[in-house]
Each structure stands twice: as C-alpha cells, then as structure tokens.
Design a protein around this ligand. Sequence first.
Ligand SMILES: Nc1ncnc2c1ncn2[C@@H]1O[C@H](COP(=O)(O)OP(=O)(O)OP(=O)(O)O)[C@@H](O)[C@H]1O
Ligand SMILES: [Mg+2]
Length: 266
Amino acid sequence: MDPKVSKADADLRKMLAEKRIKSVEDRRVGSEVFDQKTLKTLYKLANSNYINILNGAISTGKEANVFKGIHEDGHIVAVKIYRIATSDFKKMQYYIQGDPRFRVRTTNKRHLVDDWVNKEFRNLNRCLEANMDVPKPVVVKNNVLIMEFIGDEDGNPAPTLKDHGPEDPEAMLEILIEAMKKMYQDAQLVHGDLSVFNILNHHEKPVIIDVSQSMVVDHPISMELLERDIENLLRDFKKFGVSASSEDVKKEITGKIESNSSILKR
Ligand SMILES: Nc1ncnc2c1ncn2[C@@H]1O[C@H](COP(=O)(O)OP(=O)(O)OP(=O)(O)O)[C@@H](O)[C@H]1O
Ligand SMILES: [Mg+2]
C-alpha cells in the first residue's frame, strides 16, 4: 500500500477509535459533529477497508454531508452521511410509504433514516442496471452510503449543472431525457427531485445523483412526481436557452411517442 495512504489509514483508525470512547462533546469528523452510532458505523466501514480516511467535505447539507473518502487502494470514493437529528422524517415517511420494497417502521427515526439510505443504495443499483450514468454504489451501512466519486483524478468533485451550465444545452437535455426514459422504463423509477442541483456536469456528461426519494413507477404519486421533475428540468433548461413541451417530453419518457421524432423546439 502507498505509504501515504497507510499513514492516513492508521490516522483514521486511531481517530475513529478515540472518538468512540470520547465524551458527547467530542464527536467530530473534520468540522462535523456526528452521533456515536454514526461514528461507530464509520469505524466499522474503516475496519472493513471500505474507507481509510475521510478528508475534505464535498457538501454540507441540511440532511446529509458528503465527504471524500480514500479507499484502501488509494482511489477516492464519495461518502454520504445522513444526519439523524436534522432529517425530515415526514418527507421520508411520505416517500417511503407505498414502496413495496420497504415496510414502514414509523416508530423508530433511526430505522427510517437507515431505510431511506438503503433505498438510495438500491435505487442507484437499479439505475446502474438500466445503464444510466449515476455514481456506482459501493456499500451501505446504517446511515452511511459509500459510492463512486464523480470528479477528476486530483480529487476535484464534478460541479452541479447549477454551478456549471452545459456548453451544449440542447445536446445535454437530449441526454437527460434519454436518461429519464431509461429510469422510467428500465429501472422503473421516477427521480422525484430532479433539477440542476441533482445533476453533476462531469466533463459535459450529465451524472444524475441524489436518488433517495426516487419512487417505483407503480407508486400512486409517481406520475405526479414525474410531471414535476419534467417541469423543473425544462424550467432550468429554458434558462440555458432550450425549450421543449412538457407533454411531449412526458410522452417520450413514458414511451408513448415515436422515439426518433425530435421534441426539442429549435
Ligand atoms: N458521488 C458523488 N461524487 C461527487 N460529488 C458528489 C457525489 N454525490 C454527491 N456529491 C456532491 O454532494 C452534494 C450533495 O449530494 P446529494 O445531492 O446527494 O445530497 P442531498 O441529499 O442534496 O443533501 P442535502 O439535501 O442535505 O443538501 C451534491 O450536490 C454534489 O456536489
Ligand atoms: Mg441534492
């Protein structure tokens, strides 16, 4: 193993081991404070060699933090850690109810978050099987999801489409509609929170992320969510100078239109 990585490995193990036994006031990873159980989960993932070190935070959100982790062999992974305390349980319950893959365990918030993260992991796998460009999931444990890092070799994460618009918006929108079609028809999922915030611009190739709330198509509200996703995406792309009819895009995604006919208004 690269000596730098093995030093980092030793540091993480030491750090996590110490955190496990320290007081409630000291539960930090970087500048983040996590509960004991989350630290224990990270420690176990480190012990199983999924991550050797957590360094730079990529994103600090309301519900989840995404860190760069270094895997045993030195390559970077993305580590998404859901916070138990600030998670929106109402939203999670709303989205998880009616999904035949999950039994709702409404009484235990931690279990609900764990189910939610598990749902993201399984949804990523379904998207991958449908040949979509999504981060490849590596492992899920409790409230921690490890997945492929989307970015360059120097460790710079790919920007979102919000921060880095497409050079060729028309081409990008076509790829995204094709991706939504694969998601709907092959993965049998609807994203549910699709916008420029949840699409990474990886060297002009769109990579869809954040599929925790994504729903199976036979869920009662999936069509409503698909329509909202289309509206949001088209609104974002209008700002980039491309227009399309949401009805036509919906037909294309759900398979009710000849796939060759162009639906973009030029
Ligand atoms: N696999 C990845 N590779 C590189 N960067 C990533 C990856 N996954 C997420 N990110 C970065 O982390 C950010 C947040 O990720 P994500 O959208 O999955 O979380 P979130 O659920 O929106 O979090 P919150 O709602 O709490 O802000 C993304 O906008 C992106 O910048
Ligand atoms: Mg997001």
